[in-house]
Structures are given as C-alpha cells and as structure tokens.
Design a binder for this molecule. Sequence first.
Ligand code: SF4
Length: 223
Amino acid sequence: MSLEDKVLKQYEDRVAAWMKSADREDTIHVTSLVYGCARKVWYERKKVREFNLQDDIEGMFRMWIGTKLHETPLSDMHEYYLSSYIYGNKVTGTIDEIFEIDGMKILIDKKFVSKEPKDINEHYLKQISIYAVLLNDVKGIRVDKIGILYSRPLVDYYNKNRNKVFLVDVTDQLLEDTRNELYKLIEDISTGLATDTLPAKHESWYCRYCAFKDLCDNNQKGV
Ligand code: SF4
C-alpha cells in the first residue's frame, strides 16, 4: 500500500469509527418515520441487520459532513431535543434550529446536498411537520413556519444560489393531519412489536433504497 493510500485509509477508518460512536439510542427516531412505513421501523427496532458504514463510503462521508453541519449553532434554540411516549414507545427527535425573526418562530432542519434543490421534498416536509407536532404537543411551543435550509458546497463564491431555504406555513390543518398520521403509524409499529408480526407494507418510491427490501419482498422477519 502506498503512503498516500495509508493516509487515506487512516482518514476513512477514523471517520467510520467516529460515525459508529455517534450511534443513536434505542428509540423510534422521527427520521425513521418520514417514509410512512411501519414495517421498516419494525425491522430497525428488531435490529435484524447490522449496518457497516464502511460498506457505503459515499453515504458515510455524506452523513459525516451533515453531522458536522449540525454541530454549528445558527440560532439560540439549536439542537432542541424532543422526546415523547406514544402507545408506550419512546419517540425522539432533534430539531436543528428554531429561528426567531420578525416576531415569528421558524423551525429549521438543515440538509447538506450537492445538487441545487428545487423545493422541500415530501419526506423532509413530513419530518419537520412531525417536529412541529411534537414541539406543540410536548413543549407547548407553536411555530409559525417550518422549513429546510439546504447547505451546498461552495462551488462559486459569487453564485448567490449556492444555499437555499424553503419555508411552509404551519396551519391547524397541517398539525392535525400530521398528528393523525403519526399516531396511526406508531400504533401499527406497536402492535407489530407486541405480537411479533410484520406490519403491512407501505410501498413507495423509497422501497428500492430500503435496506430491508429483500426481507420485505419475501415477508421474512429476518434472523
Ligand atoms: S421495502 Fe418498502 S414496504 Fe418494505 S419495509 Fe422497506 S419501505 Fe417498507
């Protein structure tokens, strides 16, 4: 192995070790709920598969850069931790930032992306909507807007479009619809865990990226 390769290997190994040490506690995290599939969360909770971050170097570095982005506070309410028990399950999430601008509270989730985003995508909107519900129901804090701040690599300093933010109004309807969906999903996960049965599939575009697709297609519970 050349000296250059050894330096690179040490870099990648250290990043992988750091990411592994930052593993999450054993709860249902909001980011697991955004695809609306109780079965996927069932597999995660049952720990049917060990993940090795080094099998996916690109994904590992994307996660690492994203993690570092999250460590930088952009507001006075930075990394605001939420937890709640729903049907006996601990549901947790961390709101990246809550800005207070022009008398409004704005809940922001930060994403690191390489391509220029055109809008908030569906599952990011789901994620921040669930945060808004938990923040409202658990802490009694009602935000006025929710949004995604996309951070992009500095391709061209004079290109003012390199970072983007998209905001959405928080209405009573949005909170109500999200709350109903959240409770139904957790109820399905709960029932599946309590009875050791696979929850129904929730098929979507995400399935082809799902780590459990092979098991799911064959209705297998795993080992
Ligand atoms: S493959 Fe699709 S339906 Fe099956 S567990 Fe994954 S997300 Fe759910």
